[in-house]
Design a protein around this ligand. Structure first.
Ligand code: NAD
Ligand code: MG
Length: 297
């Protein structure tokens, strides 16, 4: 693979389907994926755009959150990552990569469907890193179900708690700490606008994240804080083979995009960097799509 920054046809820059079936239990691990996703481990180059900032990223162990964590550290930020205890092996790799940049790394294992933990993880970030300038709400729960009758109350509750309640609990705990110039970035999906039949509950939360973030942005700009949404299309992450999609869709994942392949997490990291940085000084309440021009994810 040539250098990521070299001008080239982006359609051939990363692996294309077909992929192997690769079922994993939820939460999936990036380290078990084949091919391994590119989170920027060797490919993301920073340029000091977040020097001295303190960031908290939920779901920073793998996938899109991990790509944001690596990019933020390379841009000069200290980074706290929250994740589920079962993801410790993925998280250890990210903690080491942040440390290798000479930045502070904070590991926050715990379940964000618990309100008390959501409050505690913000407090620990503020006390360990000495403040909070960038909040990335990225953790998400996605399990497909073929029919509405198959979505149990427990399923529905877990999706709502992970994707919406935790967003609210963490935001509520974090906002008093955010200084002027700080930024919140939430992670929705193309599913907010073009929902798949099999992702009823998930798509509902993603539409909710867009509305919540837009409303929040109107409050926070009164204090000089910005809030924006990123809406990804199909990205090659552990969320998909661990029940986010049926295995036959994993095999062809990303095929329907204009690129004929899924995005790699590093390909969305620059948007998280932009929205966190002062270069986005006139950007709030916006939704940034990075969908590969695809309707399904
Ligand atoms: P991922 O599995 O790598 O990341 C999701 C993370 O959510 C996990 O690593 C896990 O740490 C965290 N998480 C889930 N439940 C949790 C809980 N109860 N407590 C604590 N942490 C929990 O997958 P990803 O694709 O990088 O997902 C990141 C975000 O991107 C999600 O919000 C997802 O909905 C969104 N998204 C992904 C795609 C895609 O195609 N991969 C497309 C659109 C949106
Ligand atoms: Mg993970």
């Amino acid at each position: 693979m040539s250098d990521r920054m070299t001008m080239q046809d982006p359609r051939g820059q990363y692996p294309r389907p077909p992929f192997a079936e690769q079922p994993q239990a939820e939460p999936g691990l990036a380290r078990l994926m084949e091919p391994r996703p590119d989170h920027g481990e060797t490919s993301y180059r920073g340029s000091g755009r977040l020097t001295g900032r303190k960031a908290l990223i939920t779901g920073g162990d793998s996938g899109i959150g991990r790509a944001a964590a690596i990019a933020y550290a390379r841009e000069g930020a200290d980074v706290a990552i929250s994740y589920l205890p079962a993801e410790a092996r993925d998280a250890e790799e990210v903690i080491a990569l942040i440390g290798a940049e000479g930045r502070r790394a904070l590991a926050l294992p715990g379940d964000i469907t618990d309100e008390a933990w959501c409050k505690a993880l913000v407090q620990r970030t503020v006390s360990d890193l000495g403040g909070l300038d960038i909040l990335v709400i990225n953790a998400g729960h996605q399990q497909y179900h073929n029919a509405v009758s198959e979505v149990s109350s427990e399923d529905f509750d877990r999706t709502m708690k992970t994707n919406l309640y935790a967003l609210h609990w963490i935001t509520k705990a974090a906002t008093p700490h955010l200084p002027p110039g700080a930024a919140i970035i939430t992670t929705a999906s193309v599913q907010a606008y073009d929902p798949s039949a099999i992702l009823l509950d998930y798509a509902t939360t993603k539409a909710g994240i867009v509305a919540y973030t837009k409303a929040l942005s109107k409050q926070l700009i009164e204090r000089g804080v910005r809030a924006n949404v990123v809406a990804p299309g199909p990205f090659w992450t552990a969320l998909q083979p661990s029940g986010g999609q049926p295995q036959d869709k994993v095999k062809t994942f990303g095929e329907q995009s204009a690129f004929g392949r899924p995005g790699q997490p590093v390909e969305i990291a620059p948007v998280y960097v932009l929205l966190a940085s002062q270069e986005a000084s006139y950007i709030t309440g916006e939704v940034y799509g990075v969908t590969g021009s695809a309707g399904v994810a």
